[in-house]
Design a protein around this ligand. Structure first.
Ligand SMILES: Nc1ncnc2c1ncn2[C@@H]1O[C@H](COP(=O)(O)OP(=O)(O)OP(=O)(O)O)[C@@H](O)[C@H]1O
Length: 517
């Protein structure tokens, strides 16, 4: 692999974007126009302002052509070069775009594509749009090629922070000096995510006006706002400077750490079913994270029909279940060491304007073991993960054993909630836990039913549908109910070795309900 100085020299020699071959440009724009993908790269393009994004939208709305072509033209006019564009696609892990540009850049940059390809999930079913790069140019200090003032390309061997050398955000073992692995992985996420000023966020939310509040979580308040012509959700982390005792300070440091952890994870992995993070702000009185706005709130809100929302249909539930499973499959399969979400629950599945689910809240995520790779001895014993109790499996509650099957169990609870509309935990119910409730119901129903195996199964399905279906859900799609219920039961099995993996769960959830309602 080329050295940093050599790559920088090559970059200085790279032709400018407006010299890109026409056919390559057209093909790139075709990709970026689909699903408004260009709006996701615009926030990380140095020099692109909200007025530019607005201009691209207007250009397209007025039928004047591709918004992506317009965006690239604006960026080109600022003097950025072809290597900058290739690098931008690497940061967004837009591998198809990189492949189109393969012959436009010096082969010594191809390691970027190999890096991105090597980190794509193994399952062909997963549509990847991750954002990360071992070249980090998303910072606001980046200067264009033509100005001959390139920001130094940070190669896997470049220096960061106080002179500590990192190989890459994915190879923390190569850290030298006194920077810890955690410090570097935290830094890696921030490095790949644009910083936003607190002033910009105040403007975006009318000074964090109460009318902009869309939710409150354990770590702070979430506001709706407009930033760079994008609808965003701004999570303002609560910081209480008056609390000065050691425990409170430790608690706040932990919150910040978890939020930066979340930022790190979200910035590294982009996928249709993972909540996109646009930026962060650390220059104000409270740290803030900026996410894509999810117009339909959380799955929890929708299942409970909060804010006067209509109930979800069975078809919508089928699509949400599958999309969420795809997001989790991606996390578990993206790299050799699976990433455990750690806090899968209906409140952490957010729904965009098309009801496409996106996993959020990665504050508790960590790398962990997959059952296939480990023996019992190497299972991670986690002392500090604090998922939501009703979603935690027995092996974790009792012995703090942490494997990918923790997410599988939690997802099982989510599926049972979707099927039944019942809460994961209810004080006034016996049993209080939804999983125990569902197990009891199945046991009772199975013992009551007679007949041959086939008729018995049909009768059981019908009886459980009558007893446990979500009464608010319109329609009689018993097959969707049963798929959610039975897959949920398998996932929430007490024995983690009997729980399926997400490849199988996605297969189980492949219901033919992808059409519109
Ligand atoms: N990107 C988003 N778009 C729209 N609404 C959001 C977004 N992120 C969060 N919300 C809303 O804000 C609420 C609070 O979110 P937050 O992530 O802070 O907390 P939580 O997940 O509900 O709780 P906790 O973090 O304590 O587990 C959510 O339930 C949801 O209604």
């Amino acid at each position: 692999m080329a050295e940093a100085a050599e790559l920088e020299e090559l970059r200085l020699q790279s032709p400018l974007i407006h010299e890109l071959r026409q056919e390559v440009l057209i093909s790139l724009c075709e990709i970026l126009d689909v699903g408004d993908l260009w709006t996701e790269i615009a926030p990380i393009m140095p020099g692109i302002k909200s007025i530019d994004v607005d201009g691209c939208r207007k250009h397209s709305d007025q039928g004047q052509g591709s918004p992506s072509a317009f965006l690239l033209r604006i960026w080109a006019s600022k003097g950025f070069c072809i290597v900058d564009l290739y690098n931008l696609f690497a940061m967004s892990r837009l591998v198809r775009c990189m492949q189109l540009m393969r012959n436009e850049v010096d082969s010594r940059f191809h390691f970027l594509e190999e890096y991105c390809t090597a980190n794509t999930p193994r399952s062909a079913d997963v549509h990847i749009r991750p954002q990360s790069s071992i070249l980090a140019t998303a910072g606001t200090s980046h200067t264009p090629s033509s100005a001959r003032g390139h920001a130094p390309i940070q190669t896997p061997t470049s220096k960061v922070g106080g002179g500590s050398t990192i190989l890459s955000s994915t190879n923390p073992s190569a850290i030298q000096g006194n920077v810890t692995k955690d410090d570097v992985s935290m830094f890696a996420g921030m490095k790949n995510t644009p910083s936003v000023t607190y002033a910009e966020l105040m403007e975006a939310t009318d000074d964090f006006d109460a009318t902009h509040i869309i939710g409150k979580g354990g770590y702070g308040v979430v506001y709706r706002g407009m930033w760079k012509q994008l609808e965003v959700a701004v999570k303002r982390l609560s910081v209480n400077s008056r609390r000065s005792n050691g425990d409170a300070q430790r608690e706040e440091a932990e919150r910040l750490k978890q939020s930066l952890q979340e930022l790190n994870i979200l910035a590294m992995f982009r996928h249709d079913n993972i909540l996109p993070v646009y930026g962060y702000s650390l220059d104000g009185p409270e740290p803030c994270l900026v996410y894509q706005f999810m117009a339909n709130g959380s799955l929890d809100d929708r299942l409970q029909c909060r804010k006067a929302a209509p109930p979800l249909s069975w078809k919508q539930k089928a699509r949400i279940a599958k999309g969420s499973a795809m997001g989790l499959l991606f996390l578990h399969e993206i790299s050799r060491v699976p990433l455990i979400h750690g806090d899968v629950k209906t409140a952490n599945i957010l729904l965009d304007k098309h009801l496409e689910p996106k996993l959020g809240d990665f504050g508790l995520s960590r790398e962990g073991a997959s059952e296939a790779d480990i023996d019992e001895k190497t299972v991670l014993i986690a002392s500090h993960i604090k998922g939501t109790l009703a979603y935690l499996p027995p092996e974790f509650v009792q012995s703090k054993i942490l494997t990918i099957k923790l997410d599988v169990y939690a997802f099982g609870v989510v599926l049972l909630e979707m099927a039944s509309g019942l809460r994961a935990y209810l004080d006034s119910r016996r049993p209080t836990s939804l999983v125990d409730f569902a197990v009891d119901l199945e046991k009772k129903t199975r013992s009551q039913m007679g007949g041959g195996e086939e008729t018995k199964e049909v009768k059981i399905k019908k009886k459980i549908w009558d007893e446990a279906k979500d009464k608010r859900t319109p329609g009689d799609e018993i097959d969707v109910f049963w798929t959610l219920w039975s897959t949920g039961m398998k996932c929430a099995h007490q024995d983690r070795f009997k729980r399926p993996k997400f490849t199988d769960i996605v297969d189980d959830l492949k219901m033919d309900y992808w059409g519109s309602d």
